[in-house]
Design a protein around this ligand. Structure first.
Ligand code: ADP
Ligand code: TRP
Length: 335
């Protein structure tokens, strides 16, 4: 039998989805659900390392689920579930923690960043974040993981933990998972602050959310950071301006991009015009998704049905893996 490759990916419910999540992750999911055996989930356990608020958690999970559906994820084509609906995840996470070393975890870039950004809450969950993520991925024996560039190192860790398990127990339980993107490179969508990636955990004025109203998008775009402008033809492009061009590549037509590239190169560009055009193109892109999000959010019974169907399918796969893992490790029943 020709088995389809297995795909796993998740998004943390730490806020609404933005264009970075869309182009870095969800757009890949949409294509992948047509050809692979896909498990897409909402990483609610992961959000506890930074966002431990019960009401906030529930609302954000609901929001992301509605947004996944509004973007076109189809529960009949992929397994769409909530991480905490799988009790097997904390179990595998605990098991993998026994073979994860302090030194390697302390060297992970995302951990070092969090140590700086939340010095009052350097919890063990932050340190073992890549172990939990590895559990998510190898639970379904995935080989392809569609994620943005920022997750590359976590994928490397997932391979390390899976391979280490295979070696220690002399088995071939887990295949190697790799970060995946249909293009040649993993995507990094910039934010509007002039530097760094678009992110829901940073200042939300610097991110464009799929659910943002048109007026808000216009406002955010007008405040996007630029520079003082080119003073002579063919000057090198600075990071904040390059970021706006990069956003334009995602949502605008090739003609629009060419027009503003030319006006930059002959030093006649007006950043105000570029921002206005970019705002309008973002609105055209997000509008149909935003309208669907609002309809789906008010349909609680649909959300419940989708979550239940996904939980059942994901549990089936997770039970199968854990049965094998327990057997391999020597957890055998006396009764
Ligand atoms: P955030 O960083 O905004 O909190 P998540 O960590 O939940 O978002 O990311 C969910 C998915 O979206 C991951 O696959 C991640 O790689 C991708 N992603 C997030 N931000 C970006 C971005 N600016 N560009 C490309 N991909 C991104
Ligand atoms: N760490 C990912 C992020 O911050 C979210 C995530 C958790 C994930 N588990 C995963 C992504 C498994 C892919 C596969 O975006």
């Amino acid at each position: 039998m020709n088995q389809k490759e297995i795909v796993v990916s998740g998004v943390r419910p730490t806020g609404k989805l933005h264009l970075g999540n869309y182009f870095g992750a969800v757009q890949q999911f949409l294509k992948m659900q047509e050809q692979f055996d896909c498990y897409f989930f909402i990483a609610d356990y992961h959000s506890l390392t930074t966002h431990p608020s019960p009401d906030g958690l529930h609302n954000s999970v609901k929001q992301v689920l509605a947004e996944y559906l509004a973007c076109g994820l189809d529960p009949d084509k992929c397994t769409l579930y909530i991480q905490s609906d799988l009790p097997q995840i904390p179990e595998l996470y605990m098991i993998l923690n026994m073979n994860a070393y302090m030194g390697e975890l302390e060297r992970v870039a995302s951990f070092k960043e969090k140590v700086k950004s939340q010095p009052d809450n350097i919890n063990a969950g932050l340190l073992t974040y890549p172990v939990l993520m590895a559990a998510d991925i190898i639970m379904h024996k995935a080989t392809k993981v569609p994620v943005g560039k920022d997750q590359e190192q976590h994928l490397e860790m997932a391979r390390t933990f899976g391979n280490r398990f295979n070696r220690i127990y002399n088995c071939e339980c887990f295949p190697e998972p790799h970060a995946f993107n249909f293009g040649d490179n993993l995507v990094k969508v910039p934010g509007l602050s002039g530097k760094g990636k678009m992110s829901k955990s940073e200042n939300e004025n610097f991110a464009i959310f799929l659910a943002d109203e048109p007026e808000l998008i216009r406002k955010k775009m007008m405040r996007a950071v630029t520079d003082t402008g080119p003073t002579e033809p063919n000057q090198p492009v600075t990071e904040p301006v390059q970021n706006l061009f990069d956003l334009m590549k995602l949502v605008s037509t090739a003609d629009t991009l060419q027009h503003f590239t030319e006006t930059y190169n002959n030093a006649t560009i007006r950043y105000g015009d570029l921002k206005k055009q970019l705002a309008e193109d973002m609105i055209v892109f997000t509008q149909p998704i935003r309208e669907k999000i609002n309809v789906i959010l008010s349909n609680t019974s649909l959300l419940g049905k989708v979550a239940k169907q996904g939980a059942e399918k994901a549990n089936e796969s997770a039970n199968k893996t854990m049965k094998e893992v327990r057997e391999i490790m020597g957890f055998r029943k006396f009764y």
